[in-house]
Design a protein around this ligand. Structure first.
Ligand SMILES: [Zn+2]
Length: 250
């Protein structure tokens, strides 16, 4: 099951609910720390589709695709398809309906905390429109997509590229846990495996240790989460500021 790994659980609609912090993984495991109750907190707590190319985002783009220009692409997930299999679904669609597969990166941002790029592919329809047809673990109206002509899919999962935008030990520790988890889940023979994976013994303990470190680090990240406000990117993922999208959510 090739994946565009988005490790964040879904935005729950127009209200903020307590949700998993370690998010959906290939294991389907989740572990919300009891010590953080995120209910009713008016903060943006997961990365969203950016509303602009900030200097931090520009730096990430330059790192990946020098001179690259991202564009918003509507999300219209296929029904009855497994989540995050863009590298499979798009070629299938091309075979049936034409067009082509475009590889690149979905860009995400938690303003003031970190920026993130997720390897992804979208469908360039025969009529010239781009469409993101891969079902997602988290709902987003649009993705901010950066085409990358050098990206090659070879049946292996890509790790997301995450960059802190503040110098903060908790933010860095938090982001490092995602890389640690990726490395563990793709260790050895698992590099070419997809779908459910079972970890045993030391590896299972290591997995839980990573989740515990993430939960701990998040306690330090929490105070840095941006407060909801009219100029933040809308949590619906439109790439518009809240003021001009879901006004009232802030
Ligand atoms: Zn919105």
């Amino acid at each position: 099951m090739p994946q565009c790994t988005s490790l964040w659980s879904g935005f729950q609609g127009s209200h903020w609910s307590k949700r998993e912090l370690c998010l959906s993984t290939q294991l389907g495991a989740c572990c919300a720390p009891d010590s953080v109750d995120v209910a009713f907190m008016a903060v943006l707590e997961k990365p969203v589709t950016p509303a602009e190319v900030s200097s931090s985002l520009r730096a990430l783009i330059e790192e990946l695709v020098p001179g690259g220009q991202p564009a918003y692409v509507d999300v219209a997930p296929l029904e009855n398809a497994s989540a995050n299999d863009c590298f499979v679904h798009v070629p299938e669609r091309v075979e049936v309906e034409g067009g082509s597969q475009i590889l690149g990166w979905s860009l995400w941002e938690l303003p003031g905390v970190f920026v993130e790029a997720e390897a992804h592919s979208v469908w360039l329809r025969p009529d010239g429109e781009y469409l993101d047809i891969a079902p997602k673990n988290s709902e987003t109206a649009r993705v901010f997509f950066l085409p990358d002509p050098s990206l090659r899919y070879q049946g292996r999962q890509f790790n997301n590229v995450r960059r802190a935008v503040v110098q903060n030990q908790f933010v860095q520790a938090y982001l490092d846990t995602f890389t640690d988890e990726f490395d563990l889940l793709n260790h050895g023979d698992r590099v070419g495996q997809f779908g459910e994976i079972s970890l045993r013994g030391e590896e299972a303990a290591e997995y839980h240790a990573i989740q515990a470190r993430r939960a701990n680090a998040f306690l330090g990240v929490w105070p840095r989460l941006p407060e909801l406000g009219p100029y933040l990117p809308c949590p619906c993922g439109s790439g518009k500021r809240m003021k001009w999208c879901h006004k009232g959510w802030e």
